[in-house]
Design a protein around this ligand. Structure first.
Ligand code: C2E
Ligand code: CA
Ligand code: CA
Length: 528
């Protein structure tokens, strides 16, 4: 991964984590704001509904009182007539007074004041009503100077009337709870305010009533119309300021959103870091079978004919080929190497199975790591796989390095098992470890591979230049084969062959090849 890629991935990581943290918090905030607004609208509507029910009830009761007065048969303004009116006013809660007026609207008598003398003051003549219904009921809204004090709501018909305190329409509604600033009851035919709270601006309330419903901000005003009477109720609360909104937000939701966000962010971060870590990437590679195999030909040094190949694994990672030195140690450390060994075997059999079946004289060497040499697991995979493909056990050889002998006793048994099953076993990188010699004595193996570092010094004056020669002599004494690795020059090949090494491998003969190239290479040396 180069710097730019790392920077891009880092930026993506930060963006992803930020997004993951913010998204649920923002969602929580929006949800919280919505539910708060919804609650406000519901409170406002419930209040408007209650106010309308009350207004209808009051109006109905005043109408009934008016109807009852109409049924009184005594002579208007006579003592029994006034007594009857007083009774009716008392019986119908909201009516505080009842009385009679003449055809010109001059006030005649009242249940509270009794008969009014003929020379009544001018102010006691009823003005033109504010509204007149089709069935002859007149209404005056806010008449002053009637008995009972204050302003009166008066409903009259056929010369008699009932009066009530208009504040009854709006008192008793719990305006404080919903922080209502305006509540008004409107006569929808006269378009007049019947009653309103002190703070309600009549012009503003009528304007709200007249506005089309779509234009109303349903979180700050509510309008309810009566289905049975020409009545409507308008309720308003002040528009919320940002500060109020913030204060009334259900913070629990927001905190839950943030907590969720942090959880998601943590999870996303962990997931991304895991995926981007070398270990995560290697696990991914194992899961996705991203390994390919190169085959480096091994030649008979005497005839220079190809006798087999070493299978060398590569990781195909984002169109790049990663060499085994860069990931095998990690795979060994993280317990992924056995899966890789299995994939190498699968690939070898897939690519070279037919070739090996056809040409019994060729073999392929497979490199094993310590975990592969601790148990017989790989042998148990290998034997049935070869049987399935029809490849002879002799055609798969095993390369084991000293690093693989962590548990020497176990390794010894596993090596014996491979050999009993017909697989030749080689000690790889021979001479580079501390105890190569003792291993050669303790483990019964078929051959050894002289490490490239000893081949490099062949023909030089260095003290180690004769190590390769000594190793070959020793192998001859023990009766094991020798393969020399990393031969790059002809003089190295000639020297090693002259000393008795049977096989060699290196760029002099061929670099690692694809399966098809290897098959061509083997064919060429067979013919040549
Ligand atoms: P090794 O087993 O000693 O493999 C030989 C290495 O030397 C290979 O490197 C090969 O490409 C390189 N080589 C061959 N001829 C020459 C030459 O003439 N000159 C030079 N300079 N190099 C040459 P590679 O493929 O990078 O493999 C490195 C190591 O990775 C291997 O060393 C082996 O220990 C390990 N390895 C490779 N494939 C596997 C595998 O499938 N499983 C396990 N466990 N280890 C593997
Ligand atoms: Ca090897
Ligand atoms: Ca080696």
């Amino acid at each position: 991964m180069n710097r730019l890629e790392r920077a891009v991935i880092g930026a993506l990581l930060v963006a992803a984590v930020t997004m993951a943290a913010l998204a649920p918090a923002v969602a929580g905030l929006i949800y919280a704001a919505r539910s708060e607004r919804q609650a406000r609208v519901e409170r406002l509507n419930a209040l408007a509904d209650a106010a309308l029910v009350r207004a209808e009830d009051l109006t109905r009761r005043l109408s009934v009182a008016l109807g009852d007065i109409g049924k009184v048969s005594d002579a208007p303004c006579s003592a029994p007539y006034l007594r009857a009116l007083r009774r009716i006013a008392l019986a119908h809660g909201p009516a505080r007074d009842a009385g009679a007026y003449d055809r010109d609207g001059r006030w005649q008598c009242s249940s509270l004041l009794g008969a009014v003398s003929a020379g009544a003051p001018e102010g006691l003549t009823l003005p033109a009503p504010d509204w007149r219904s089709r069935d002859g009921v007149s209404a005056w809204y806010g008449l002053a100077r009637l008995p009972g004090g204050g302003r009166s709501l008066v409903m009259g018909r056929d010369g008699f009337y009932v009066a009530a305190d208009p504040s009854l329409y709006v008192d008793g509604i719990d305006t404080a709870r919903a922080q209502v600033t305006g509540l008004a009851v409107i006569n929808t035919e006269a378009r007049r305010i019947i009653a309103g709270t002190d703070a309600a601006d009549p012009a503003a309330m009528l304007a709200v009533y007249r506005a089309p419903p779509a234009a109303l901000d349903c979180a700050s005003v509510a309008v309810r119309r009566s289905a049975s009477m020409p009545l409507a109720v308008v309720v308003s609360v002040p528009r919320e300021t940002w500060r109020q909104r913030v204060r009334t937000l259900p913070w629990g939701w927001l905190l839950a959103g943030v907590a969720m966000g942090l959880l998601c962010a943590g999870w996303a971060g962990y997931f991304i870091v895991r995926r981007l870590s070398p270990r995560g990437q290697l696990s991914d590679a194992v899961r996705r079978h991203q390994f390919i195999v190169a085959y480096q030909p091994i030649v008979d040094l005497a005839t220079r004919r190809c006798v087999g190949a070493e299978a060398l694994v590569r990781w195909k990672h984002h169109d790049r080929i990663v060499r085994p030195d860069h990931f095998i140690p990690l795979a060994e450390h993280r317990g992924l190497i056995q899966a890789i060994t299995d994939q190498v075997l699968d690939t070898v059999l897939l690519e070279l199975g037919d070739f090996l079946k056809r040409y019994a004289e060729y073999y392929v060497s497979v490199n094993l790591s310590a975990p592969d040499l601790t148990t017989q697991r790989f042998l148990d995979v290998l034997v049935p796989a070869l049987a399935r493909e029809g490849v002879r056990p002799q055609q798969i050889r095993i390369e084991a390095t000293e690093r693989g002998f962590l548990d020497a006793q176990a390794a010894k048994e596993v090596i014996s098992a491979f050999r009993r099953a017909g697989h030749a076993v080689y000690l790889d990188d021979f001479g580079t470890g501390y105890s190569s010699l003792s291993h050669l004595q303790n483990f019964r193996v078929d051959g050894l591979k002289i490490d490239k570092s000893f081949v490099d010094t062949v023909g030089q004056d260095a003290a180690s230049s004769s190590v390769a020669s000594h190793i070959i002599d020793m192998a001859a004494t023990l009766g094991v084969q020798v393969i020399a690795e990393g031969i790059e020059r002809e003089e190295q090949a000639a020297y090693l062959q002259a000393r008795g090494a049977q096989s060699g491998q290196g760029w002099l003969f061929s670099p690692p090849l694809t399966a098809a190239e290897f098959i061509r290479y083997a064919g060429k040396t067979r013919a040549g």
